[in-house]
Design a protein around this ligand. Structure first.
Ligand code: GUN
Length: 291
């Protein structure tokens, strides 16, 4: 039986509707609407599309959004000055610096410059530390999107074997952190799972992947995960966003749909959930800052 399709597009729409209702209530209480400042350096076409989609989603739910497009050769000082100005603006509840940045910029210095209280990507070391300690201020957007996709489809992670392929700071590492942690009042997204993180140096990747009740592919290699690497009945999340011949494809090969019990499509799986969680974090920042 082919895998159930875990529809992130539909779920993200549900979550956006919930957020819009929360914001209508906030505005009715006389509070200012949250605002998100997006910084886009250069003209990477994929980044342009992502930022456009993020801003569109903001406007749809009642979050103000501003775009700061900067030239690909912008001096680091100018970018840091812009971040400092946005940090000081009370109308800004979230700053998003779209990655990747051109190679002349020091990505760590740029991300560290964002005020952690409005770091809605959860990239600042203070927020990474809070997440790691089990007292998150924000959950990072793509990992949170994955957890919500599982939860809201009734897929429990407690006691399960989870294998994450990929150890990036944006997805693999923080997602492992979330799924391995104890679920507590302070850490509602703790997954209580047994987590393995596989990567480019893992010996016998296929055997490691076959251990998984829940297999999550987040490497950026089109079709890396093939049917023989999946335990029959496993749940598979495909976080890959690869462009092949102008088409968006994931890290999971098509044949996996015949083996898995549930699978996220690409596009329309994790991608829209990332955006929904960015909105969630922007509202959370506003709530933490403005009450
Ligand atoms: N580039 C790829 N994923 C992301 C993300 O989640 N946030 C930002 N800012 N840039 C990205």
């Amino acid at each position: 039986m082919p895998a159930i399709r875990l529809d992130g597009k539909l779920l993200a729409q549900t979550i956006r509707t919930e957020i819009a209702a929360r914001l209508t209530e906030r505005v009715a209480e006389g509070k200012h609407p949250p605002g998100l400042a997006a910084i886009l350096v250069g003209d990477n076409p994929a980044s342009q599309v992502y930022v456009r989609n993020k801003r569109k989603a903001c406007e749809e739910v009642g979050i103000r959004s501003w775009l700061f497009p900067l030239a690909a050769n912008v001096p680091q000082r100018q970018l840091l000055d812009l971040i400092a100005e946005l940090n000081a603006n009370p109308e800004v509840h979230g700053i998003l610096v779209q990655l990747p940045l051109p190679s002349h910029l020091d990505e760590k210095a740029v991300l560290d410059a964002v005020d952690p209280t409005i770091d809605v990507d959860c990239f600042h070391p203070e927020n990474v530390g809070l997440l790691s300690a089990g007292f998150p201020r924000f959950y990072p957007c793509t990992p949170h999107g994955c957890v919500q996709l599982l939860r809201r489809n009734g897929i429990d992670t407690a006691g399960k074997e989870v294998v994450i392929v990929g150890r990036s700071n944006i997805v693999g590492k923080p997602l492992a952190m979330m799924l391995m942690q104890k679920r507590t009042a302070m850490n509602a997204m703790g997954g209580d799972a047994t987590v393995t993180v596989a990567h480019s140096n893992t010996a016998d990747l296929a055997a490691v992947c076959r251990r998984a009740d829940i297999l999550i592919a987040a490497v950026g290699v089109p079709g890396l995960i093939t049917a023989d690497m999946v335990r029959p009945g496993a749940v598979v999340l495909d976080v890959g966003m690869n462009t092949v011949n102008g088409k968006l494809v994931g890290d999971v090969a098509p044949g996996v749909a015949e083996i898995a019990s549930a699978l996220t499509p690409v596009p329309g799986g994790v991608g829209p959930m990332t955006i929904a969680m960015l909105l969630e974090n922007t509202v959370r920042a506003a709530e933490l800052l403005d009450g």
